[in-house]
Write a protein that binds this ligand. Structure first.
Ligand code: CA
Ligand code: CA
Length: 693
């Protein structure tokens, strides 16, 4: 519709006013049309043939903004902005739309269109939540919403990026660059914190050069979590292979020593640069014999120097019937410890009955061996903070129930305190051997972080996963202080562990693995320990602070160690060299008890000792009435114990039943697997987006 400005040109303010009114009316008409057209507006203004555009347009806009003609128009502000930006110049030309996808990401997508890419999507208006449904519709997965910055971290298939970028709520999509994330195990155990406590030689603590022997069902050696660090592989099952058709050993090795290669480090093991020695003693069905396990241990002792085997992990066990004094697997472990190897052993997964009742006295062999580091399982709930951590319900509880029978037919139970400590063992994600038996029988164990076998991960639960975390920790301690004896490694791990409130010593030993504290304490000790005499000063400087802070929460160390039937506390344990720390001397053997004070060859071992020198409270008296404390955690929560019976909150398997209910006494099997673990949150799934390397 042409605008008649003849009258307006004839002069006077009235004319201008009329022109403005007419133009405004037309503008209002254009603005009201669906699909508001900037060129239409420009045509109106040009059609006015106004000579004083700059002044007039400004006036016009001012008028429009207060005019009832346009109030309420949602486009008013947009129009204002655009026209003002063009003031004094020609009408605006459509600018090329700025792309909403970063070039870097476009390059990545062009290279790998089918791949899932890790991206950051920024939202318009800062409401990140509103774009999450669209992300799902596009086949993506929102990993984390950052409310304060209006962005979402997303795993997004390459072929969805273009369509998603066209949504109005989406402001920009760019590559979430693969900076290293810190894995859950790394963080919650404190291993990540300890990495920077370097040595002069290595600069960082990662297990470099330390050999960890994994006595298990074999290892899938092609997995990129291990490449080039498996320095030896031997088979004692008779199957003539060292790979892992069962799927257990690969995962166990990963907990101890997986590299940060997959998923940006989300599944980094505890000692990611350690050497791995693959000693296959469990067959393709996860079964083994006592003799094959002993053969594996024997081989490790023989080849200790060749592969620098400092640590051994045994996530396996058999029903404990014989006292550790006679049990052949225990004796083999003892020999390895005497040879200077730290031996970590799973406590077992017999911590509850079919009704969920706690079972005590269920640690299996060789977890009943005093010189072993016997590891129970904690449940981290998938969170890095330790404030919510619990003892896993399935984790086997002490005391040990192996026995000897005297000439009168009386059984003498070992009844020693186990486990020694606990470590994360619920729903742990670590490397998966391809097509393994465990996964085929339990498809939900597949974590699906990668489509490539060499990067694929699976879930497993159990003390089988907890033990290798401690094995990895031992490697870190030995790298930090190569002069530590196995007994000292054990003492440091226990002394720095965090007692979890609400659980007795028979459930958690000294507490939960604290690698930050352990590596720090190991570093504070002299490095000439092998030549020390009793009572010598252990520390090179000030006594380390007995607290650790992980993920924002600070906890106290246990400050104690366990010796068979005793919990010993006191700073003397770390300030003075004790006889029990010697190489080749069993922790807990050869120690004198006198008037309730534990002495070690005349040196006061500790300032807070108690308990009997024999069977744990075999006379049926209360184990503790509040006196036996480790940082406020009772040694035992009122459990009454006598041979064969355990009351209170737990149910002791009748030894009779325990010994006869399984035919496994001659077969070393992996801890009857907890497999699916407890129904709490797991570690976060981190999709691996770089599978080809
Ligand atoms: Ca937690
Ligand atoms: Ca898979």
């Amino acid at each position: 519709m042409p605008v008649n400005l003849t009258e307006a040109r004839s002069g006077g303010r009235r004319i201008h006013s009329l022109a403005l009114r007419n133009t405004a009316r037309l503008l209002k008409y254009e603005l009201s049309k669906p699909g508001f057209n900037r060129q239409g507006i420009s045509a109106i203004i040009k059609g006015d043939r106004m000579r004083h555009k700059a002044i007039l347009v400004r006036t016009l806009i001012a008028a429009l903004l207060v005019s009832p003609l346009v109030t309420g128009s949602p486009l008013g502000c947009m129009f204002e902005t655009r026209v003002l930006a063009q003031k004094g110049s020609k009408a605006p030309e459509p600018k090329p739309r700025s792309r909403k996808v970063s070039d870097e990401l476009l390059d990545e997508v062009a290279k790998n269109p089918g791949r899932v890419h890790r991206v950051i999507i920024q939202s318009n208006g800062g409401k990140a939540d509103s774009i999450v449904p669209s992300i799902g519709n596009a086949g993506g997965r929102a990993r984390q919403v950052y409310e304060n910055v209006g962005a979402v971290a997303v795993d997004l298939p390459g072929n969805s990026i273009n369509s998603l970028s066209k949504l109005g709520d989406v402001k920009y999509i760019s590559l979430d660059k693969p900076t290293q994330v810190t894995g859950h195990l790394d963080v919650t155990t404190g291993a990540g914190l300890a990495r920077s406590y370097g040595t002069l030689l290595t600069g960082s603590i990662n297990g470099n050069g330390i050999g960890i022997a994994v006595l298990d069902s074999g290892i899938y050696a092609s997995h990129h979590a291990f490449t080039s660090r498996i320095v030896a592989s031997v088979d004692f099952t008779g199957e003539g292979r060292t790979d892992d058709p069962y799927g257990h050993g690969t995962h166990v090795a990963g907990v101890a020593a997986a590299s940060s290669h997959v998923s940006y480090g989300a599944y980094t093991g505890i000692a990611p640069s350690a050497k791995i020695i693959n000693v296959r003693v469990l067959d393709s069905q996860g079964r083994g014999s006592i003799s094959s396990a002993i053969a594996g241990i024997d081989w490790c002792i023989s080849n200790k120097s060749l592969y620098n085997i400092k640590v051994m992990n045994l996530s396996l066990g058999a029903t404990a019937v014989d006292s550790y004094v006679n049990d052949p697997l225990c004796q083999a472990v003892r020999r390895a410890v005497s040879a200077g190897i730290v031996v970590c052993v799973a406590a077992g997964n017999l911590g509850k009955d079919e009704y969920g009742n706690k079972l005590f006295g269920t640690v299996h062999s060789p977890g009943i061996e005093p010189s072993a580091i016997t590891v129970g399982a904690s449940n981290t709930k998938g969170t890095n903070t330790r404030a919510d951590d619990l003892i896993a319900s399935f984790s086997s509880r002490g005391p040990t129930r192996g026995f000897t029978t005297d000439e009168s037919g009386i059984r003498r139970y070992d009844n020693i305190i186990k486990p020694d400590l606990v470590a994360p063992g619920n729903k742990i994600i670590e490397p998966q051997a391809p097509n393994n038996v465990l996964e085929i029988e339990n498809p939900s164990l597949d974590a699906n972080v990668s489509s490539v076998a060499q990067h694929e991960m699976m879930y497993l639960s159990g003390t089988s996963m907890a033990s290798p975390a401690v094995a990895g920790a031992a490697a870190l301690l030995l790298q930090r202080n190569p002069s530590l004896t196995p007994n000292m490694v054990k003492a440091i791990l226990q002394y720095t562990a965090q007692p979890l409130a609400g659980f007795s010593t028979l459930e958690q030993g000294a507490g939960q693995l604290n690698i930050e504290g352990a590596v720090r304490l190991a570093g504070a000790m002299r490095q000439d320990l092998l030549s020390l005499i009793l009572g010598a000063t252990l520390l090179t400087g000030a006594t380390p602070a007995h607290t650790t802070t992980i993920s924002g929460s600070t906890f106290s160390w246990s400050g104690g160690i366990i010796q068979k039937w005793n919990v010993i506390t006191g700073v003397n344990l770390i300030t003075r060299y004790q006889g029990i720390y010697g190489s080749g001397v069993l922790l807990s053997d050869g120690v004198l008890l006198s008037d309730g004070v534990l002495l070690s060859d005349g040196v006061l071992l500790s300032d807070g000792v108690l308990l009997s020198d024999g069977v744990l409270l075999s006379d049926g008296t209360t184990l503790s009435s509040g006196t036996l404390l480790i940082n406020g955690v009772l040694l035992s929560d009122g459990v009454l114990l006598s041979d064969g019976v355990l009351l209170s909150d737990g149910v002791l398997l009748s030894d009779h039943t325990f010994a006869s209910s399984t035919s496994a006494s001659s077969a070393a099997t992996i801890a009857q697997s907890a497999l699916n673990g407890e129904g709490t949150e797991s570690m976060t799934i981190e999709i691996d987006t770089n599978p080809s390397s």
